[in-house]
Design a protein around this ligand. Structure first.
Ligand code: ADP
Ligand code: XUL
Length: 579
């Protein structure tokens, strides 16, 4: 550890608090984790939360204890915290913390005291409510309706705030508390998101919300960059004041307070860059520029991308980008990802291995995915064992044959020639769904389809209706694959072919995305704010990224990309038949 400067990134997630350190060459040098259920059993959480029916919450004091614990682990390991120049981090999105009128005075003790623990200074009296709603909560159906009605429906709410109403989003959560716990709401002086809660504790006074994370509330007018008054009024006239008026736009929230310098040896000059939401930190963990896409192939599939187009839809989310001015992060979440593929893998293994289970072996599935000799150019299938978010439909499997010239569906079939067709078709249609949904958020790629297609045909995906032409020229520049199934070469190759990036496809095996994004945000914000660099975040990260950790997984494949253009109209037709 001969380096001079370090940067810390926290990741305050549902089940744990991680703290990662990088050096000035962006190399990870240390990591410590506190697991809530295991390391703080006195809170009696199950996987970090309390579940009461539809209501899911987290004890706020547990996060304070976790912060002390994770930093004391750093000290025990002998890590030179005095050399940490800046900290930032990521937090679970949408959760809200309800501070009392005493909060500011109690937090201010952290500016000159450190003998006791955080929970002693920032004790129960600092909070009007001891628990914070968690993003898994789904108790706000009524309030979501009220939000959408207030502005004239889901499309309008998405236009305004980047998302339609969602159970977990903070606005409906606050409304629920105002309606069902009026005394608590009245006693609440300030409302933080989990991210601004952690920033406030680190700087020793209450700070405004971080602007990108504030887009996960259904309250923030993204184009106007201010809270929407109608929605604030729906909750109550004092709501704006409780949210501290407007989010913070500064890169640095302040210096770390004395509690941390005295107790853990941080330098008094250590800067705190506002914590952001975990998905927002994830896009900061990779050198993503405009028109780059991150596909996370976990249990579910999540697509994150960087765009300068504000094109909201009720079926996905747009957030202000945390580090790139005038850019947004698009986020599309699918329910049916790995589990749907596993189901077909298992059926295939069972059929081919004389009915004996061949657990977790992807060999047959992968052979089928990459087999281009099949006569399947007119086949399409959707496989949703769970109800799907995009498109918003109930659980269904549906297979069709279509006319390759017109794109019209000619026949609905119960099964294809054999299960290998399903293996190929599920991966193709999952990837094609990503492709058509990211399309409106991408710039023109200046490529042209060689297929003889009727470009005037109207296609409809979710709420978007436009000529096929609009889809034929939109390709991302680079696609990055992460998550469990990105290990699978066949699946990522097929996704790469269909999505059709023009400048490369990469794969990264990383367990640290959120915390690492926090480290990079801390580093860039500090250097930029102190005039040590002048380049924007995306250029900084592209120039300094440790590219050796990234695997370049497949070449640009224009021909394959073009082949899938013929499946856009049929997919639109097929989705129209689902409900
Ligand atoms: P989570 O999203 O729950 O954090 P992961 O990112 O670890 O989970 O992804 C888990 C999923 O990855 C599993 O459901 C599994 O199907 C899938 N997976 C893991 N390895 C492979 C593989 N070699 N091929 C295809 N899928 C895989
Ligand atoms: C995003 C969301 C989750 C949480 C998980 O909208 O709800 O990803 O942020 O921590």
């Amino acid at each position: 550890m001969s380096q001079d400067s370090y940067y810390l990134g926290f990741d305050l997630s549902t089940q744990q608090l991680k703290c990662l350190a990088i050096d000035q060459d962006l190399k990870i040098v240390h990591s410590e984790t506190v697991e809530f259920e295991k390391d703080l059993p006195n809170y009696r959480t199950k996987k970090g939360v309390y579940i009461r029916g539809d209501t899911i919450e987290c004890p706020v004091a547990m996060w304070l204890e976790a912060l002390d614990l994770v930093l004391s682990k750093y000290c025990k390991a002998g890590f030179p915290l005095e050399k940490v120049v800046a900290v930032s981090g990521s937090c679970q999105q949408h959760g809200s913390v309800y501070w009392s009128s005493q909060a500011e005075a109690l937090l201010s003790q952290l500016n000159n005291e450190s003998e006791k623990d955080l929970v002693h200074y920032v004790g129960p009296a600092a909070f009007a409510r001891q628990t914070a709603p968690n993003w898994q909560d789904h108790s706000t159906a009524k309030q979501c309706q009220e939000f959408e009605q207030c502005v004239g429906g889901p499309e309008n709410l998405a236009q305004l705030t980047g998302s339609r109403a969602h159970f977990r989003f903070t606005g409906p959560q606050i409304l629920k508390i105002a309606e069902l716990e009026p005394e608590t709401y009245k006693k609440t002086n300030t409302i933080s998101l989990v991210s601004s809660f952690l920033t406030s504790v680190l700087v020793g006074h209450l700070v405004e919300l971080e602007e990108a994370d504030a887009c996960g509330m259904n309250l923030y007018d993204i184009r106007e960059r201010k809270f929407n008054n109608e929605l604030l009024h729906l909750i109550g006239d004092s709501c704006k004041q409780k949210l501290m008026g407007a989010p913070m736009k500064a890169m640095i929230a302040g210096k770390i307070c004395e509690y941390f310098t005295q107790k853990y040896g941080f330098s008094a000059d250590c800067k705190v860059s506002p914590m952001t939401g975990d998905n927002l930190a994830t896009i900061c963990s990779l050198p993503l520029r405009k028109d780059d896409v991150l596909v996370s192939l976990g249990t579910s599939t999540t697509v994150l991308l960087v765009t300068d187009k504000y094109h909201p839809s009720p079926n996905y989310h747009l957030f202000i980008h945390p580090t790139l001015p005038n850019h947004y992060m698009g986020m599309i979440c699918y329910c049916n990802g790995s589990l749907a593929r596993e189901k077909i893998r298992d059926q295939l293994n069972k059929e081919r291995a004389n009915n004996t289970e061949n657990d977790n072996d992807w060999t047959l599935f992968n052979q089928a995915v990459l087999d281009d000799s099949k006569d399947d150019d007119n086949e399409l299938g959707v496989y949703f064992p769970l109800g799907e978010i995009v498109p918003s439909v109930k659980a269904v499997d549906k297979r069709v044959l279509f006319n390759a010239k017109t794109g019209k569906i000619e026949q609905v079939v119960g099964k294809f020639a054999d299960l290998t067709h399903d293996a190929k078709n599920i991966v193709e249609s999952q990837a094609l769904s990503c492709r058509v949904r990211i399309s409106p958020l991408l710039s023109d790629s200046n490529t042209k389809s060689q297929k003889n297609l009727d470009e005037d045909t109207i296609v409809k995906f979710d709420y978007d209706e436009s000529p096929l032409r609009e889809y034929l020229n939109k390709r991302p520049e680079r696609t990055f694959f992460v998550g469990g199934a990105s290990k699978n070469g066949a699946i990522v190759k097929k996704f790469a072919q269909v999505i059709g990036a023009t400048k490369g496809n990469f794969r990264l095996d990383t367990p640290n995305s959120c915390a690492l994004g926090g480290c990079y945000k801390a580093m860039w914000s500090f250097l930029y704010d102190s005039n040590k660099i002048t380049v924007p975040f995306d250029k900084f990260l592209n120039d300094n990224f440790p590219w050796h950790v990234m695997e370049n997984i497949s070449d640009i494949d224009n021909e394959s990309w073009d082949r899938y253009n013929t499946k856009i109209v049929p997919l639109s037709e097929l989705e129209k038949t689902l409900s």
